[in-house]
Write a protein that binds this ligand. Structure first.
Ligand code: C2E
Ligand code: CA
Ligand code: CA
Length: 736
């Protein structure tokens, strides 16, 4: 780049002696009780100048008067001080007053005395930093010149050092102030303010970052701005209308050095991260050398500071941001709830959204597709948010939203809008992934006045959605806490249910669709508690699973079912298949297979008449251990059915690799099989796919003859449902 006319290339010049641009005179003071001495001194110094600055001579006739003048006149450089005035040592006594009381260590003092014999102690001269001691008779013009020149030079050095010390103190102070700022932008603003206060000028300038890492973009952007530029904070440098300023900054970044112009300064900083910072300051007049040196020291300091702030920001971003979606994380979600509660008493909603069956996406399609799906879903949710709404990823497939509360109906609309977004499947690399969200929501102040409580209550509402109607939303109400308590009571009661003989089994027939015969039954658990009240599986099985109680209960069910099957097979009618449900929790038990085989041996059931129903979720998890376990069951002769099939995402090729016997089409697809063509085609697909893999296909929840007709047409092998029979007691099966 070419150098502009007004560019003073100070940068590479060796340090020059300080140039005071104001050319103000040196102030010196003559303190003497003899008018003659005043006149003689003035006369002798008429043509005196030092560093192109003339003298201004101030006269005092007593020590007392001198003291008064010293408090009024600032910057007196040198005092010619008569020792003997109103008293023998009036002049000498003034010295400690100047140094100690007035705290003026800079002013140079030349003592003069009329009596050659009188000299102060050397100790006094040193202690009070007296420059010179001369008998009046000794002071010829030349001597006066030499003495004053050396006094002024030394005064100037002291001032320079003093200013430097003050500047350094300010740098140390401002740096430590600045280090408290942990965010880059805040830090940059601090830097601008501090520089202007170091230079004692009004704040006007910009801090601009050229960055690869700082802001995740390679653009130059304004981190901080003051004065007439204040409005440009956060904007790209490109948008600044002031062309000169832009050029200055670009120039400094291109040259990689600070530039000092007559009326402005551009400081250049290079950070250890290889990011670069340019600071443009309007100085109005050229900077004095000392100021430039100070700025350079300051720049080293703030480069470290920027680096720190950047690190803090990164650490903070790690602590408060989700790296995958770049959304705030759970910690910052809770913080923001608290912030909102602190800053206003307006109601707002805390919404938690969970993706149904997301585990199946991860397991079935792989982690990469799962991650991509999460990102897309995050973006879709974000598009539901307006400016003052907050979206966060709370972990896994859980998202959180904070939205203002206006009215109940508006909230229903907001929640519906979110659900509506996901009507179409999300497409990731040609995979059409149906996404349904389950949502729970709580309202600030109505359902809690702290983040923990609001979060927990939204979570309870979410759990309710999950249990009752996935793919929809529930708003928290106090009844749910009661439900939660009931659930805890349920778990407590369940512990004694087996021993108290409160559990029993019902059996639901499974019909062969080709010949209409009873082919098998599914064992379904029932619980009538001590008070004779029936608890239904959909209520107590999740509680049993959560608490782990399902493990012993499941074994009890298996044993009862096997015993029942053996009883039936001893009767006149041939053996029928006994299907028993197995929860994830049971299947994961390390000794699950062993326990099953023990029960098979103990009850004497023919293993080929026992079928275990595993859900698709079990099938989709942890495939190596899974395949091993399934193979063990298979080699023991036990059959395996996949329950609720169609709700997960297991692929054809995956199923092919597993030793399974039957697919049970989920009730959800049968319910509208005669009226909804999508459902009919999913059922048709499952039947065709099952047959392709040489599997039996059973339809669950067959309730009408229309259902049966469609299924028969599709070639489905078996059916189960209220159309044939509800779950019934063992004796009723015999009648059936
Ligand atoms: P599931 O394994 O899908 O069992 C079928 C459920 O559908 C049964 O509900 C049954 O009564 C119901 N059902 C059967 N035909 C129809 C129909 O035509 N229409 C409708 N609407 N429903 C029908 P149930 O007995 O309430 O069991 C609910 C769930 O509890 C079962 O779903 C199963 O997941 C679980 N469960 C039941 N017994 C056991 C058990 O012994 N162990 C385990 N781990 N889970 C069990
Ligand atoms: Ca089942
Ligand atoms: Ca089922």
């Amino acid at each position: 780049m070419t150098t502009k006319d007004d560019l003073l290339v100070f940068v590479d010049e060796p340090d020059t002696e300080i140039v005071d641009t104001q050319q103000s005179p040196w102030k010196i003071m003559v303190v003497d009780d003899e008018e003659q001495m005043h006149q003689a001194t003035r006369f002798a110094l008429t043509d005196f100048s030092f560093n192109d600055r003339p003298l201004e001579i101030i006269s005092a006739y007593t020590a007392h008067e001198a003291q008064k003048l010293l408090t009024i006149e600032e910057d007196i450089a040198c005092i010619f001080l008569d020792v003997v005035m109103e008293s023998e040592d009036a002049g000498l006594k003034l010295v400690p007053i100047i140094r100690d009381e007035m705290n003026n260590s800079a002013v140079r003092i030349i003592l003069r005395t009329g009596q050659p014999g009188y000299a102060p102690e050397v100790e006094v001269i040193q202690r009070y930093d007296i420059n010179d001691y001369k008998a009046k008779s000794e002071l010829t013009q030349t001597r006066l010149f030499t003495a004053l020149t050396s006094a002024l030079r030394s005064y100037q050095q002291i001032c320079t050092i003093e200013a430097g010390r003050k500047g350094l103190e300010m740098i140390v102070e401002s740096s430590s102030n600045l280090f408290a700022f942990r965010a880059i932008k805040q830090f940059a603003t601090g830097v601008l303010t501090q520089i202007c206060s170091l230079l004692e000028i009004k704040s006007e300038g910009v801090v601009c970052a050229h960055t690869n890492t700082l802001l995740h973009k390679s653009d130059m952007s304004i981190l901080a701005a003051a004065g007439q530029y204040a409005d440009f904070v956060g904007r790209p440098l490109m948008t600044m209308s002031n062309l000169h300023l832009r050029e200055d900054i670009e120039h400094a970044l291109a040259e990689k050095k600070s530039l000092f112009y007559e009326d402005r300064t551009v400081l250049y900083l290079s950070l250890p991260s290889r990011d670069e910072i340019a600071i443009h300051i309007t100085t109005y007049s050229p900077l004095a050398d000392l100021d430039r040196q100070l700025l350079e020291v300051f720049c080293v300091n703030i480069a470290i500071g920027f680096d720190n702030a950047q690190m803090f920001q990164q650490v903070e971003s790690l602590a408060f941001h989700d790296q995958l979606t770049n959304l705030p994380n759970r910690v910052s979600f809770l913080r923001r709830i608290d912030d909102k509660l602190k800053n206003s008493d307006q109601k707002f909603m805390v919404i938690i959204a969970d993706i149904d069956n997301f585990q199946a996406v991860n397991d079935g399609l792989g982690g990469d597709i799962g991650n991509a799906a999460l990102k897309t879903i995050g973006r879709m949710l974000n598009s539901c948010c307006t400016n003052n709404e907050i979206l966060a990823r709370l972990g896994g497939d859980l998202f959180g939203l904070i939205v203002p509360y206006r009215s109940d109906s508006q909230i229903d609309q907001t929640l519906n809008n979110i659900l509506q977004k996901f009507i179409e499947p999300v497409v990731i690399e040609q995979n059409h992934i149906p996404v349904s969200l389950s949502i729970g929501a709580s309202v600030a102040y109505d359902n809690g006045d702290n983040s923990e409580l609001l979060f927990r209550n939204a979570g309870i509402a979410l759990k309710n959605t999950k249990q009752r109607n996935r793919g929809s939303y529930t708003r928290f109400n106090e009844e749910m806490t009661r439900d939660l308590r009931t659930r805890l009571d349920t778990i407590k009661e369940l512990r004694t249910a087996i021993d108290n003989n409160e559990l029993y089994l019902l059996f639901q027939p499974q019909i062969n669709l080709h010949n209409g015969n009873l082919e098998g039954v599914e064992a379904l658990l029932r619980w009538r508690n001590a008070e004779g009240i029936e608890n239904y599986p959909n209520d107590f099985i999740p509680a049993a699973e959560d608490s782990g109680m399902i493990v012993p209960i499941g074994l009890w069910v298996l044993e009862q079912a096997c015993k029942q099957q053996v009883l039936w097979s001893q009767g006149s009618r041939g053996p029928i298949r006994m299907a028993v449900n197995v929860s994830m929790r049971q299947f994961k038990e390390p000794d699950f297979i062993e326990s099953v085989i023990t029960i098979v041996n103990k009850t004497g059931i023919s293993p080929s008449c026992l079928e275990l129903e595993l859900t698709e979720t079990i099938i989709m998890s942890d495939s190596r251990v899974l395949t091993a376990k399934l193979n063990q069951l298979r080699s023991a002769g036990i059959q395996i059915a996949i329950d609720d099939f169609g709700t997960g995402y297991s692929s054809l090729s995956y199923l092919q690799s597993l030793p399974i016997d039957r697919l049970k089409i989920d009730r959800a697809f049968i319910e509208h099989i005669d009226s909804r063509s999508e459902d009919a085609s999913i059922a048709a697909m499952i039947v065709a796919m099952g047959h392709e893999l040489k599997l039996n296909v059973l339809a669950e929840g067959v309730e009408t003859d229309k259902h049966e007709t469609v299924l028969k047409k599709l070639g489905c092998d078996q059916a189960q449902g209220f159309f044939y029979a509800r779950p019934i007691a063992a004796e009723k099966i015999e009648e059936f």
